[in-house]
Design a protein. Sequence first.
Length: 307
Amino acid sequence: MPNRLLLALARSQVAKAAVSRAPVTRDVVRRYVPGETREEALDVAARLAAEGLHVTLDFLGEDTTAPGQAEAVVAEYLALLSDIHDRGLADRAEVSVKLTALGLRLPGGEALARAHAHTICAAARAAGTTVTLDMEDHTVTDVTLAILRTLRTEFPETGGVLQAYLRRTLQDCVTHAGPGERIRLCKGAYDEPDAVAHRDRQEVDAAYVRCLRLLMAGQGRPLVATHDPRMVAIAQHLAREHGREPGDHELQMLYGIRPHEQRRLAAGGETVRVYLPYGQEWWGYLTRRLAERPANLSFFVRSLLSK
Ligand code: FAD
């Protein structure tokens, strides 16, 4: 299970500043975050699209602390969507958005984040593509799903995320298995208390399979977000069992993780979407990636010490 200490550091600017100074950091960040600028990210997106992959672009940032910051995030997404359109990538590239980057945790945050997300969804539609609302920690699950429901009345193509580790999620899958739903199912990346989340790896995997069964049997478009070969195999089996075609569900993986497998699955006819983050606010994202895999962390620490 994710390393609790590391996840606690995800919100520490002091830790970020200390680690950022180490020369090796750039290499480790680059493994997961291919660029700091929109242009770099779009170049990578175009390259992946040419290789038969789809992408979802995420402008990194979370837990915005001032309204002006949230407005800057919206402006970046509008520019990104315009560029996606202009570069002819709209049929391959969509965007992923975190509501706390849009001001969800500010006073009056729900209305603010909903309005900002609405602006981004309208721009995505104008650009010919879609938005998926990322899911953050359990304190914002209800409000994120409520905003998703509101957005879907006008933009039914908007996607959401459910995290299999949350004890509530099986019920959420029942609610979100209907026609037109685009639900990304992931295991979950935050440090959650036992009361709300399974913490044992086997329990999380079992919950993931139960959720997958529901979504695959439903009428929506399941977005199967995992690098776990067993979960991918089960998803493929369930898709066949329910007579699904490659276009009506997706396999999704993060940039930098199992890249050969991403290409192998796409070459085999699967719709594979790569989550492609960019920007300078990579700290929270990186710490979650390191926490997922102790081997990554020990490699990183050894590299820091050897410099
Ligand atoms: P695991 O059992 O963790 O890993 C399976 C195997 O994958 C590992 O054995 C290893 O080989 C490989 N692997 C996994 N993680 C890493 C890593 N960091 N580095 C190197 N190898 C690795 N979480 C959220 O909470 N909210 C979201 O909105 C969200 N969106 C996501 C979008 C996508 C497209 C994906 C793929 C994941 C997303 N996640 C999100 C993260 C997710 O919840 C998991 O934390 C993450 O995917 C690791 O779980 P796993 O299913 O790959 O399985």
